[in-house]
Design a protein around this ligand. Sequence first.
Ligand code: 13P
Length: 261
Amino acid sequence: MARTPFIAGNWKLNNDHMEATHTVQKLAWLLRDAKHDFSEVEAAVLPSFTSIRSVQTLVDADSLELKYGAQDISAHTSGAYTGEVSGPMLAALGVSYVAVGHSERRQFHAETDEVVAAKVKAAFEAGIVPIVCVGEGLDIRKAGDQVPYTLAQVDGALEGLDAEKAAQVVIAYEPVWAIGTGEVATPEDAQEVCGAIRGRLVELYSQEVADAVRIQYGGSVKSGNIASIMAQPDVDGALVGGASLDPEEFAKIVRFKAHAA
Ligand code: 13P
């Protein structure tokens, strides 16, 4: 079963709503000029909550094929949870994806595997596909424990999820030591863990589910390294941080097939 490659730009805490509009306009022009086929490589941006409405307006007005998503979601639907943004609120903005359990949320907001699992469920309840982020820190990598560590995060995030939903999940393997450091994992490093994640999906669910799930690599992805990472059999896309803020660079990453040859 062929998996459509999926490149997503996680803007993190960047781009207010006006900057978001300019960035998406430029990205859309670049991809249109290049006649990018979105059915061949899917592309999405994940703006801040305050920029999502502007991106939605632009995508709707120009009938863009670019998808968009959020960087976080509340585990709760409504109620006394000051500062939270719920799945139904995001769904009302036409959001397709939401990043869940990014290492920066785990590190700075104490998100545990239990919280991540609750957010995965909240996303599905709202009809939004979660991009579940997993990956080890430098100490774990140095100890050679990246595979069991990351698989335990996968187990935790998918806890209680049925096979039908699991097949739709996107998993982003982002080794923390490669995020924003310029130190990209080698394609072999990425394949080792992404392949192990797919193997775990076979164990947890079935070969069919494992074959359907798209697994992204994230960590210092740029136009110069994307093609070799995408050449790995179990890497189906990328979750791009810093390089996604520059529309020209991000368009090149989305168009990795064009400059892979
Ligand atoms: P960088 O691409 O800036 O390393 O960030 C990766 C990331 O965390 C994407 O979610």
